[in-house]
Write a protein that binds this ligand. Structure first.
Ligand code: HEC
Ligand code: HEC
Ligand code: HEC
Ligand code: HEC
Ligand code: HEC
Ligand code: HEC
Ligand code: HEC
Ligand code: HEC
Ligand code: HEC
Ligand code: HEC
Length: 328
């Protein structure tokens, strides 16, 4: 049979399969995953050697009692009208992801022979698992992925993404961090510090700052530098300022921790210790200071609670003509 005619016939079968899948979900496993309309579909394996003869219909004969497997029909991958998707017209359905299942079927499911099985502990090499997903997702994900820290460390797409389901927790702001926590426990713990970016509160998430598929920046940040990433939200501190504070233009992380901190404002240390890690404690040469320099032995005003920023309040830079000392 000619391929063109075959794919038309297959379209009918594909739609039937997906509808049957949905019906099976509703009827909790009752019914049969058979085709309903049109002439008998062409042999799947005739067009694509190694694949099962009837696609998902064959797979579901055995797998339809597994609720987790059936949940694929609730996912965006199961749209019968989407020609780009596994279940679209002419799609390979289950085998678009799981690879040729002909041998697995012939062995009555006893061997996963030829199948792509997903996850860290699968016998399928991670590179092959990921290449299967990338056959369709090259355009969006494929650019940066090969050079990402995750690809370099053999992390599989399936360790982050749950595709058998209506909801993919890694793509939901409120639940994403729990997925990352599987491997980045130390980082996620920082968000339990008293001062932190509002990730546990669900206002933002890891992918607000990182692209887990990779980027050209250090630590896979979403913008080219740390400062560009920070000022994409905190635009007030982007500058340029008339009077710059050099460590600010250099890197916000000179003073702040990105994830969380025991200090207010996510500072690495509290002033004055923070400031004095760069500025000589015997500073202020133009101003008399210190208990000895003041009548009445008053405490050093420069080290009062609140410290340096009581006076140097424009710590991120100043646009005032007389703001050289970052005080206005
Ligand atoms: C978009 C890709 C994709 C499609 C389409 C797909 N799967 Fe999966 N499948 C996966 C991934 C990834 C996993 C790993 C676990 C997970 O994500 O839930 C998996 C896991 C499985 C498992 C083992 C897990 C378990 O709970 O037993 C079976 C069996 C399975 N799929 C069968 C199927 C069948 C049958 C179909 C067609 C109705 C299908 N899959 C369609 C990607 C896919
Ligand atoms: C004759 C019954 C049968 C058919 C048909 C069948 N399977 Fe299976 N399959 C099984 C059995 C049994 C297992 C092993 C137990 C389990 O994981 O449910 C299995 C396991 C799997 C696994 C998990 C393998 C692993 O090592 O974790 C995947 C993925 C899978 N099948 C996909 C498919 C796909 C895709 C099709 C259609 C091309 C298909 N199966 C058709 C019976 C079948
Ligand atoms: C046959 C092509 C094909 C394959 C293979 C495939 N996908 Fe998809 N995927 C799609 C299409 C089409 C969409 C829907 C895109 C859209 O709506 O813009 C999609 C959507 C997604 C989405 C977004 C879901 C959402 O909620 O919008 C994720 C995540 C995803 N795929 C991951 C994967 C992973 C992981 C694999 C491998 C296990 C995989 N895909 C394999 C075609 C495919
Ligand atoms: C470290 C975890 C992680 C890994 C590994 C991962 N992803 Fe994602 N992926 C995400 C997150 C998080 C999002 C949501 C990003 C957002 O909302 O900005 C996402 C979004 C997506 C989307 C939908 C949005 C888009 O960019 O088109 C697709 C498709 C996708 N991933 C496919 C893949 C594929 C294919 C792989 C493997 C090559 C993969 N992902 C590996 C975490 C991951
Ligand atoms: C299955 C394990 C795993 C999961 C899940 C995972 N990662 Fe990773 N990630 C790694 C490994 C391994 C590395 C490389 C070694 C390292 O830096 O710890 C890495 C590195 C990183 C890096 C540092 C990159 C660099 O260049 O220094 C960032 C940022 C990152 N991951 C973010 C995320 C985010 C965000 C998520 C959740 C959406 C996530 N990861 C989920 C395993 C994982
Ligand atoms: C407000 C932005 C922001 C958020 C939100 C964020 N990160 Fe980061 N992350 C950064 C910056 C900035 C760095 C340091 C980059 C550098 O030093 O080059 C970093 C570094 C990392 C690193 C590598 C270095 C290290 O500390 O181990 C990992 C892994 C990481 N982040 C994971 C995560 C995870 C997981 C989440 C969510 C739970 C998350 N990040 C949320 C900005 C952020
Ligand atoms: C996606 C947007 C976003 C990005 C990117 C971002 N932040 Fe934030 N930042 C926030 C939000 C939201 C808050 C919480 C504001 C609140 O609670 O009022 C916050 C709070 C803060 C605070 C504490 C404010 C306070 O009053 O205690 C500091 C300091 C801070 N961010 C610095 C940074 C630095 C440094 C970076 C870059 C590593 C960065 N932010 C990147 C959104 C962002
Ligand atoms: C030289 C140290 C230093 C550097 C570098 C620095 N900050 Fe700050 N930042 C501070 C101090 C100190 C505070 C606390 C100010 C206060 O309590 O009034 C602060 C407070 C903040 C706050 C919360 C208070 C507010 O006014 O919203 C944000 C947001 C912030 N910084 C963002 C940034 C960003 C973005 C960068 C990089 C462009 C940056 N900081 C670089 C010292 C620094
Ligand atoms: C990472 C090092 C570093 C940290 C931390 C730091 N500074 Fe600076 N600061 C500098 C550098 C470098 C200059 C520029 C010095 C120059 O131009 O001679 C500067 C300039 C200044 C100036 C302007 C002085 C002038 O004459 O231009 C003031 C005021 C100042 N810092 C106050 C502070 C305060 C207050 C803190 C703590 C909140 C602080 N700095 C933290 C490195 C740092
Ligand atoms: C009571 C207000 C006040 C406090 C508190 C204060 N300063 Fe200053 N600081 C000044 C004044 C006034 C100047 C001189 C401004 C000028 O020369 O125009 C100055 C100048 C500076 C300069 C520039 C020195 C130079 O060579 O011109 C630095 C750096 C500086 N302060 C750092 C600090 C640090 C670090 C702290 C905390 C330990 C601190 N200041 C606390 C008022 C204060």
């Amino acid at each position: 049979m000619k391929r063109a005619g075959g794919s038309v016939a297959r379209q009918g079968r594909v739609a039937a399969t997906v509808l049957t899948g949905m019906a099976l979900l509703a009827a909790a496993g009752a019914g049969h995953a058979t085709t309903s309309a049109g002439p008998p579909p062409p042999s799947h394996s005739a067009a694509t050697p190694g694949y099962s003869a009837h696609g998902a219909d064959t797979c579901l004969l055995c797998h339809r009692t597994n609720a987790h497997v059936m949940a694929i029909f609730r996912s965006p991958h199961a749209r019968p009208a989407d020609p780009r998707g596994p279940f679209g017209p002419g799609g390979l359905q289950c085998e678009a992801c799981h690879g040729p299942g002909g041998a697995h079927v012939k062995a009555f499911g006893r061997k996963p022979a030829g199948l792509v099985v997903f996850g860290a502990h699968s016998a399928t090499p991670i590179a092959r698992q990921n290449a299967t997903c990338l056959t369709c997702h090259k355009a969006t994900v494929g650019h940066a992925w090969p050079a990402s820290a995750h690809a370099a460390n053999s992390v599989s797409c399936a360790e982050c993404h749950k595709v058998h389901g209506a909801v993919d927790p890694v793509r939901v702001q409120a639940t994403q961090a729990t997925v990352c926590a599987k491997c980045h426990q130390g980082v996620v713990a920082r968000f339990r510090e008293p001062y932190h970016h509002p990730v546990p509160e669900g206002t933002m998430t890891c992918s607000s700052c990182h692209d887990p598929h990779g980027s050209t920046a250090d630590a896979m940040l979403v913008k080219a530098t740390t400062n560009e990433t920070c000022t994409s939200c905190h635009a007030r501190f982007r500058g340029p300022f008339l009077w710059e504070h050099q460590p600010v233009t250099d890197n916000c992380e000179n003073c702040h921790r990105p994830h969380g901190s025991a200090q207010p404002a996510l500072l690495k240390e509290s002033p004055p210790i923070l400031c004095q890690s760069c500025h000589d404690a015997a500073g202020h040469p133009a101003v008399p200071y210190g208990p000895q320099g003041l009548p009445g032995g008053m405490p050093n005003p420069y080290l009062l609670v609140g410290g340096c920023i009581n006076c140097h309040s424009r710590i991120h830079g100043s646009n005032s003509p007389s703001g050289r000392a970052l005080m206005r």
